[in-house]
Ligand binder design. Structure first.
Ligand SMILES: Cc1cc2nc3c(=O)[nH]c(=O)nc-3n(C[C@H](O)[C@H](O)[C@H](O)COP(=O)(O)OP(=O)(O)OC[C@H]3O[C@@H](n4cnc5c(N)ncnc54)[C@H](O)[C@@H]3O)c2cc1C
Length: 154
């Protein structure tokens, strides 16, 4: 279930002066404006069409650490924390929920790569675990139709 999305109408008057002008009102532009404003920096978002009506309105909604390049992990973890907090901060239903994510293994090589990734990611604070085929089927009964060797689950 997705929350109802309210269309935001643009202001009809532009401010005469701002500290930062942001081109584009997708999630990046809007969040940049939000966090600047929270620090007392004035900003204007200049959007050519409708706010959040391009790719920010149609992505799959995944916020994941799993499978990420190790260099991206701190950013992905910070992002998850922000998403967890939005509901309270904004007092609005963002639709965000943690429902888990699975990366299945189809080969012993993939399994070894996942185990290697998990060791390095765990050292950075990622909470994930390896599932054997039995544990995988408990979580995902449809896995019985495949010959997966296991999975990584966060
Ligand atoms: C199908 C799909 C699935 C995805 N799934 C995921 C996912 O599961 N998880 C994830 O993290 N990411 C996902 N993404 C990526 C994610 O949606 C984007 O990284 C993110 O939305 C980019 O935000 P943005 O604000 O940079 O760009 P956009 O949302 O594209 O916003 C850019 C805005 O700039 C405006 N603009 C452009 N040029 C100008 C101009 N000259 N003047 C004024 N305005 C201008 C545009 O109209 C637009 O509104 C997915 C993307 C797609 C397409």
């Amino acid at each position: 279930m997705y929350p109802h999305i309210q269309m935001i109408n643009s202001d009809t008057h532009l401010p005469t002066h701002v500290d930062v002008a942001i081109i584009g009102g997708g999630i990046i532009g809007v969040c940049t404006a939000y966090f600047l404003a929270a620090r007392g920096v004035s900003a204007v978002v200049l959007e050519k069409g409708r706010l959040a009506a391009e790719q920010s309105s149609r992505n799959w909604g995944w916020c994941r650490t799993l499978g990420r390049d190790l260099a991206e992990i701190p950013l992905a973890m910070a992002s998850l924390k922000i998403w967890d907090d939005w509901q309270t901060t904004l007092g609005e239903d963002t639709g965000f929920q943690r429902s888990g994510i699975l990366y299945v293994c189809e080969s012993a090589r993939q399994q070894a790569e996942q185990a290697h990734w998990l060791r390095a990611a765990s050292a950075q604070g990622v909470v994930a675990r390896e599932l054997d085929p039995v544990q995988l089927r408990q979580l995902l009964p449809q896995a019985a139709r495949h010959h997966w060797l296991g999975a990584l689950h966060a």
